[in-house]
Design a protein around this ligand. Sequence first.
Ligand SMILES: Cc1cc2nc3c(=O)[nH]c(=O)nc-3n(C[C@H](O)[C@H](O)[C@H](O)COP(=O)(O)O)c2cc1C
Length: 350
Amino acid sequence: MGLYSFVGPIIHMMDAETAHGLAIKAFKCGLIPKAKPFHDPILSSNLWGLNFSNPVGLAAGFDKNGEVPDAMLSQGFGFTEIGSVTPQPQAGNPKPRLFRLRDDKAVINRMGFNNDGLDVVAQRLSARNRNGIVGANLGKNKTQEDATADYVAGTKALAGLSDYLVVNVSSPNTPGLRALQNKDQLAELLRAVLSARNETVEKGKAPLLLKVAPDLSDEDKTDIVAVAIETGIDGMIVSNTTIERPESLRSAHKGEGGGLSGQPLFQASSKVLKEIAKEVDGRFPLIGVGGISNADQAYEKIKNGASLVQLYSALVYGGFELVREINEGLAGRLKRDGFKNISEAIGVNL
Ligand SMILES: Cc1cc2nc3c(=O)[nH]c(=O)nc-3n(C[C@H](O)[C@H](O)[C@H](O)COP(=O)(O)O)c2cc1C
């Protein structure tokens, strides 16, 4: 029986944001034991010159302030992503802003990029030994009108301190943010960020990824992939939370505003991933995220074109023990299906 079986029920008696704050504190103080390591070479891959020991990563939003990246890696993740970080610290939206939808194994959040800002986060990252892969997810301040300036500032501050960068233009909780996915604005933004990256770190360092929403029209998807290819970014993360509310939702909080994640996002985000993967056609790697809570779902994302996967919401219901379970399950499924390495399974559904 794992730790979560004991502490899970207690955590679930608290409101969701209090529980999250407590978990961060417990990790910071070293109160949570490391996971029993699980290594299988079938899960390892090299992308962007980085060696991933397994494909399961922690999605952005859990460790927004880069307080516990190493503790996350010691829970068995192959990589972790901090952020979203904005240039200036900001408080985010009024509370309550984080809701568990227990009956739906889902979460709704409208946090609004609450974070400590670039200076503090950069300091924390500088103090690390840099063992293990840590990405930095960049956002913009709510009141900043020049979005490009914020992403450029984030790039300059964190490119030298992280293993990859993410331009997040897909959170639903910052007014106007998702409009940056629009073709012309996106091209201008990505060009500016790429040139800031190239000025900050030597070529080949800090690959630049774009994180997109699941709520995109066919035209949006085609345009975004065209811009991604044309500007020469290094990859995409598909997807962020959705503003859709499926009919199937049963929980009391289903009417709350914000982004929905977890189980009800799995189908929609996997479909967008597959469509984007078809258009990308192997030109750069994709990270699949949205509703993953078990090995079958992680495997499906990989077969739909993801080289790596990430999760967050499932941890709320299953705890960090899930990371090992998913990795073990994935290794078993790859062997059962005759693959010698995970890289052979990427995109086989396409
Ligand atoms: C509470 C919460 C906060 C989040 N904050 C961010 C964020 O700051 N930046 C970001 O790119 N994604 C953020 N996300 C989205 C996740 O990274 C992920 O894309 C989404 O939740 C879908 O994955 P999941 O179903 O496994 O949770 C957040 C998600 C949650 C639940």
